[in-house]
Design a protein. Structure first.
Length: 430
């Protein structure tokens, strides 16, 4: 059960150092979310070898330089979450996706307080409170109403002889749960809980708010003029390209990450963003989905189409099997988009649509992309390349705490860290 899993982390917190404490929290919170969402997680599909990301062995030292033991702002970029922690505490970002820890000072035995954070999907056929009540029922837990980062959720706690745990759970983003746990020895709880409560109270969440209509318009205009599905200021100092395949499960996972990147860097005018669709993972299924994306873009609903297609992928954990002519046609009909359906059908059959896919494949081959998803950065189409952390190329879908510092460094090196002096932001309501 949820509570039992988390308490296991508490009982194992007597390790040699802070890193071990973080590893314990990582394991426990991963188990928590796995237990919480047996049927509501990422669609099950055996990925093709080409979709496997390169193993992320860059280590825990990478990421936002504000994550320090001297106090700072702990950031979870993907969900727009920030918490402030004091000197003597350490913000730890682990390589396992989306398992993060804020760890306090340890004593001579290596014990110390920590706050663990993770996210996972939940069963949306129930209300969030119903879901949490069912999840914690066997542990005789009492749920209380709380607000975390401006979002309403529930709180609950557990106390035993050796450890005390207090949890916050909120439904965010849509269909997801963020679980935050304050954990310390029962003996030291009164000492550490006020500090952990302050950290929790400092939480700020910036929701994902993209102007879909403006992005649709941008993608359409750029596809007509450049053959690329691009959004952003053409004078922006950086050009970011995501090479993806709709049949790739990792690309499905990474879609929301790219949404956040677009909000943080493209809407602000720091970068352009191009979606390059490939079809080497799922064969005909990928090709059909890519054609729907391109034709949606041509008819002015490209950004919307991207999410509609992935919603089909996720529906009933169908995976790429959802990409049939019948299913996608029904998806388009159900979406009730303001488009010319006859023109859409003509676009699907047009050789020019297939030529765009071929162009994207040729581009990916030129820049050395042979797996998906991959994010490359440069100043224009011709010079995009893999980002680097030291001598290591970041191939695969990396967490944003790796990506953002690299982008910021590139902006600084280009003497363009400030938002370009254009009125482009007005396109997105700025």
């Amino acid at each position: 059960m949820l509570l039992t899993m988390v308490l296991a982390a508490c009982s194992n917190s007597d390790k040699d150092d802070t890193e071990d404490t973080a590893n314990n929290a990582e394991t426990a919170t991963a188990e928590v979310l796995e237990e919480a969402t047996p049927e509501a997680t990422t669609p099950v599909e055996t990925p093709s070898d080409v979709t496997e990301p390169v193993v992320n062995d860059a280590g825990d030292t990478a990421g936002d330089p504000t994550q320090t033991s001297e106090g700072g702002v702990w950031k979870w970029h993907e969900w727009g979450l920030e918490m402030t922690y004091p000197a003597g505490w350490q913000g730890i970002l682990t390589d396992a996706p989306f398992v993060f820890v804020i760890a306090g000072p340890t004593d001579e035995s290596g014990q110390g307080p920590y706050i663990a954070v993770q996210s996972g999907a939940y069963d949306t056929s129930k209300t969030f409170r119903e879901f949490m009540e069912e999840l914690t029922a066997a542990d005789n837990t009492t749920l209380t109403d709380i607000t975390f980062g401006g979002i309403e959720g529930v709180g609950f706690e557990s106390i035993n002889e050796s450890s005390t745990s207090r949890f916050v759970a909120i439904p965010y983003p849509e269909g997801q749960i963020i679980l935050v746990g304050e954990i310390a020895s029962t003996e030291e709880w009164d000492t550490w809980s006020p500090i952990m409560d302050e950290i929790i109270a400092s939480a700020v969440i910036t929701p994902l708010e993209l102007d879909e209509a403006a992005l649709n318009e941008q993608m359409q205009a750029n596809l007509e003029t450049t053959g690329l599905m691009t959004v952003g200021d053409p004078e922006a100092p950086l050009w970011i390209a995501e090479f993806m395949d709709f049949s790739c499960p990792h690309c499905y996972d990474y879609s929301a990450v790219m949404d956040r990147l677009v909000q943080d860097y493209v809407v602000s005018g720091k970068a352009q963003f191009t979606l390059a669709v490939l079809d080497f993972v799922g064969g005909e299924a990928s090709t059909l989905a890519a054609k729907y994306q391109i034709c949606g873009t041509k008819l002015g609903v490209g950004w919307t189409m991207h999410h509609l297609i992935f919603a089909e992928y996720a529906e009933d954990q169908a995976g790429r099997a959802a990409y049939t002519e019948e299913n996608l046609a029904a998806m388009l009909q159900d979406a009730e988009l303001d488009i010319d359906h006859e023109a859409f059908e003509a676009c699907l059959a047009d050789e020019a649509t297939a030529a765009i896919i071929a162009d994207h494949l040729a581009w990916s081959d030129t820049v050395g992309v042979h797996s998906t998803p991959n994010v490359l950065v440069g100043t224009n189409r011709d010079d995009v390349k893999f980002m680097k952390l030291g001598d290591q190329e970041l191939q695969g879908g990396y967490p944003l705490y790796y990506v953002y510092p690299i982008l910021d460094t590139m902006l600084t090196e280009a003497d363009s860290a400030a938002v370009p002096a254009t009125d482009f932001g007005k396109v997105f309501g700025g």
